[in-house]
Every structure is written in C-alpha cells, then in structure tokens.
Design a protein around this ligand. Structure first.
Ligand code: FAD
Ligand code: NAI
Length: 452
C-alpha cells in the first residue's frame, strides 16, 4: 500500500470512521480506513456499546429469573449463573459484529490499513513508516477514559470500563467512582450478578445529563435494586483499593476488590501530530471544527468523540455520513437536538431534545405532560410498570421540543420522539396519532394528551 493515493482517508474505524468509509466507497470514492486496533469497530464494538449491552442483557435475563419469574408462575430451581460463559458469549457477540464490518469493507472495496496514523503534511499520512496521500481526510479517532491522578488504571484492580467488561471473575465488592452512564450501566451488571456495589458521585444527583425528574426516578429505582450511593461525595485519597471519601464533613473509608473509575471520557488525538499541520484543539482537547466539521484545513474534517458534543456512537455515524455527503458536493444537515441519548439500565432511560431545566433557562414558556407506566396495560401485562414518559412542548407553537422516558424499552420508544421532532410535530398531532393497543407507546400519546 506504500505511497498509494486516495480520494478519502479516514483515520479511525469506530462507528464514525467505518460508517464514513463505507458510505464514501459506496459513492465511488477510492477510500482507505486506518485503525491501530487489531479489529474494526472502534470503542463502540470492541470495548463500549456492544460488550456492555451484551452483559447488560445476560444479567437482565438472570435477574428476571431470580426476582420476577415467580410472579409470572415460572419457578426455577437451582438457578445459578456462569460468569465465564457470560463473558464468552459477550466475546462472540463482539467478534461476530467486528467480522461483519470486515466483510462489509471487503465487499464495499474499502482498503483497511492497520497501524497508527500520523500527519506528515496536510495531504500526507504516515502509517507505520509508510506514506499515503489523500485529497480529503476524516479524523475519527474517538475518545479514551479519564484517569484520576491518584487512581491510575492498572485494569486489574483499578479499572476503566474496558477492564470492567473483561473481569476474569465476579468481584465480591465493587466501588464505582462516577454515577454517569458508564457507572450506572456497569454497576447494574455486577449488582444483578451478586456483587456488592457502591457508587461514589461528586454531584448531588446521578446521570447529570438527564432531565432531573428522570434522574431522580432512576436513582430511587437503582437504590431499590440494591445499589448503595454516596452522593455529593469526593474521593480524597486512595491506597490500593482502599478509598477515603468525604461526604460533607464526614470522612470514611471504602474498600473494594475492584474500583471502577467512570468519571467521563476525553477526546483521543495522541500520536496524530496535529500541531505539525496546524490543526487546533480546544482546552479540553477536542479538535476544533466549523459547522461543516472542517478543521483549519478545509479538506481535513473531524467527527465523533474527537470533537465537542455528546459522545455517542450514532452521533459519530451520522456525522460520518454528513461529511462524506459534503465531500460529494451535497448539502446535508444534522440537528444535534434530535440525537437520542439512552441509558441501558432496567428500566431504561431515553432522552431527546431539551430537558425542562434547559428549556426554562432559555426563557421558553412550556406545556409539559407526563404519563406513568403503571397506568399502561402492556406494561402491566409484562409486569414492568416502573417509570414514566415526560413530553415537553413550546407553549406558543405547541411543537415538541423534548421527550424523556424512564421505563421498559425506552430505547426503542424514543424513536417515535425522534421522528416527531425531526418532522416538527406538535403535541396535538402526537396526541391524536393512532397508537396500537396495548403497547408501551400509548404512554407517549397519554403524556402528549396530558400536556395539551
Ligand atoms: P471510537 O469508537 O473511539 O473509534 C476511534 C478509533 O480510532 C479507535 O478504534 C482507535 O483505535 C482509532 N485511532 C485513534 N487514534 C488513531 C490513530 N492515530 N491512528 C489510527 N487509529 C487511531 N454510545 C452509544 O451511542 N450507545 C451506547 O450504548 C454506548 N455505550 C458505551 C459503553 C461504554 C463502556 C463506552 C466506553 C462507550 C459507550 N458509548 C456508547 C460511546 C461510544 O462508544 C462512542 O461515542 C463511539 O465509539 C465514538 O465513535 P468514534 O468513531 O468517534 O470513535
Ligand atoms: P459521564 O460524563 O456520563 O459521567 C461521569 C460522572 O462522574 C458524572 O456524574 C460526574 O459528575 C462524575 N464525576 C466526575 N468526576 C468525579 C470524581 N472525581 N468523583 C466522583 N464523581 C465524579 O461519563 P462516563 O459515565 O464515564 O461515560 C462517558 C461517556 O461515554 C458518556 O458521557 C456517554 O457519552 C458515553 N457512553 C454512552 C453510553 C450510552 O449511550 N448508553 C454508555 C456508556 C458511555
């Protein structure tokens, strides 16, 4: 491949990069995708969305059999779980999907280069000492977990999400620092399987990006499920796996077999040598881009976790599509307000558009409606009645500007909100749309009816 030239070079084969590369090749561009990992799929497929959701699903099945099956008249004797098999299955799910992308690359004629990419000039990239040139370059190098200075990762006892997705055995006691998305998802997995899990969060509420009513509801549910929380609490010192925590004026120590640090992720641009080509980053390390994802060089774009915005796989992929369409001379657009955000706990949490607090801060007059799953027939049949739907509309126009769900299958239900918001629907139109009975989605209709 040495000294080969391409129409488009994509750096990073995560959901941003691989989708961009496949789309580019489909449009007829000669495309190369470079990744330093052994497998395609980036964080999402290898150590993120997919392995975490596989473990969440397995542990949820176990929890159902352990705690809810009896109510449905299903009695299981001698129930136990096989942690090794659960991990093995997770590996198989991951390898099936990453191999799938490899197949798509081969069939789609995307060249895959394994190695670390580094800029040698604005049109030239060095990969393991070999040079390639490209007319357009898309940087999709993703993000990495943030490390606390006094709790460096060894991925055995002090672990990031990556370590937590591959533990060799079930820990007796796990301490999780940070009650954000990773914290509550992975704490749920281990809590369901029988670990004693304690979460330390510096703020006075969990999952700060979510609407406050929803995060409060999630907090209460997770506490009922057996998780222990220390809110408004700082870790002030760590000796091995022994932490000193400060909650107001109280100081105490906590010890776990493993400490999962999940205090956020930061953009990953190490090794690219961005300075050498004059590409600038924000103080937080995000690559600076304009509204069309262009860096200081109009032919070099950046997308996904490497630029500022919510760190989500589907956002990275959507941006990858948009950038390739821009290169192809089209005029695509992307609306950051209609990117759904899901937490895969049980019940699930899904958010779209503005939260109530954000909308109020913007000075908007609102009409808000809620509906509880305990009043929903399908949720009752399933025995899954925890949670609610909250819809937020702007009063004058009656347009839907936010939807927040905590409840069964919230991740699937939020799709209705995305379509409604994308098409500029009013709450009245949403409320008067027919919803099959009995379905969980009737809760959305009810919330909209309550709002109007
Ligand atoms: P990445 O997926 O991070 O891919 C970047 C790739 O670039 C990597 O493979 C890396 O090896 C490569 N790379 C970096 N530098 C170079 C270089 N110089 N040369 C060559 N290659 C390079 N999001 C969701 O939407 N839903 C979820 O359920 C979800 N769950 C998650 C669970 C966990 C535990 C974690 C950690 C994240 C989760 N996310 C989830 C977030 C999601 O994984 C990221 O938002 C997404 O992967 C970002 O995609 P990306 O393409 O920007 O970067
Ligand atoms: P996060 O930003 O969601 O949460 C971090 C939490 O840690 C916050 O509540 C914060 O207040 C807390 N915190 C920060 N410093 C702390 C400290 N020193 N002590 C105690 N608490 C502290 O970050 P997280 O959970 O690491 O996830 C990173 C990103 O990955 C997410 O923002 C999300 O974009 C993505 N992700 C998405 C998932 C999904 O879509 N289901 C699943 C997992 C990750």
């Amino acid at each position: 491949m040495a000294n080969e030239s391409y129409d488009i070079a994509v750096i990073g084969a995560g959901p941003g990069g691989y989708i961009a590369a496949l789309h580019a090749a489909k449009l007829g561009f000669k495309t190369v995708c470079i990744d330093k990992r052994e497998t395609l799929g980036g964080t999402c497929l290898n150590v993120g969305c997919i392995p975490s959701k596989a473990l969440l699903q397995s542990s949820e099945h176990y929890e159902f059999l352990e705690k809810q099956a009896k109510e449905h008249g299903i009695e299981v004797k001698g129930l136990s779980h096989n942690f090794k098999q659960m991990m093995q299955r997770k590996e198989e799910v991951v390898s099936g999907l990453v191999n799938g992308i490899e197949g798509l690359f081969t069939r789609g004629k995307v060249t895959w280069l394994k190695g670390e990419a580094k800029f040698s000039s604005p049109n030239e990239i060095d990969v393991n000492g070999e040079k390639i040139t490209a007319k357009n370059i898309i940087i999709a190098t993703g993000s990495e977990p943030i490390e606390l200075p006094f709790l460096p990762f060894d991925e055995k006892k002090v672990i990031s999400s990556t370590g937590a997705l591959s533990l060799p055995k079930l820990p007796k006691k796990m301490i999780v620092v940070g009650a954000g998305v990773i914290g509550v998802e992975l704490a749920s997995v281990y809590n369901r399987l029988g670990s004693e899990v304690t979460i330390v969060e510096m703020l006075d509420h969990i999952c700060p990006a979510m609407d406050h009513a929803i995060s409060k509801n999630l907090f209460n549910v997770l506490k009922k499920q057996g998780l222990t929380f220390h809110l408004s609490t700082k870790v002030t010192e760590a000796k091995g796996q022994k932490l000193t925590i400060q909650e107001g004026s109280n100081t105490q120590s906590l010890e776990g077999d493993v400490i999962l640090v999940a205090v956020g992720r930061r953009p990953y641009t190490k090794g690219l040598d961005l300075d050498a080509v004059g590409i600038t980053t924000t103080p937080q390390g995000f690559i600076e881009v304009d509204n069309n994802f262009r860096t200081a060089h109009p032919h070099i774009y950046a997308i996904g976790d490497a630029i500022d915005g919510v760190m989500l796989a589907h956002r990275a992929s959507d941006e990858g599509m948009v950038v390739v369409d821009l290169i192809a001379g089209q005029h695509p657009s992307i609306n950051p307000l209609t990117i759904p955000n899901v937490i895969y706990t049980h019940p699930e949490v899904a958010a779209l558009g503005l939260t109530e607090t954000e909308a109020k801060t913007m000075g908007l007059e609102l009409c808000i409606g809620t509906s509880q799953f305990k009043a929903n027939a399908r949720a009752r049949c399933a025995g899954d009645t925890e949670g609610l739907v909250k819809v937020i509309g702007e009063k004058k126009s009656n347009r839907l500007i936010g939807m927040h769900i905590i409840g069964p299958h919230a991740s699937e239900m939020i799709g209705e909100g995305v379509i409604a918001m994308e098409s500029g629907m009013t709450l009245k139109e949403l409320a008067y749309s027919s919803h099959a009975h009995p379905t969980l989605s009737e809760t959305i209709k009810e919330a909209a009816l309550n709002a109007i």
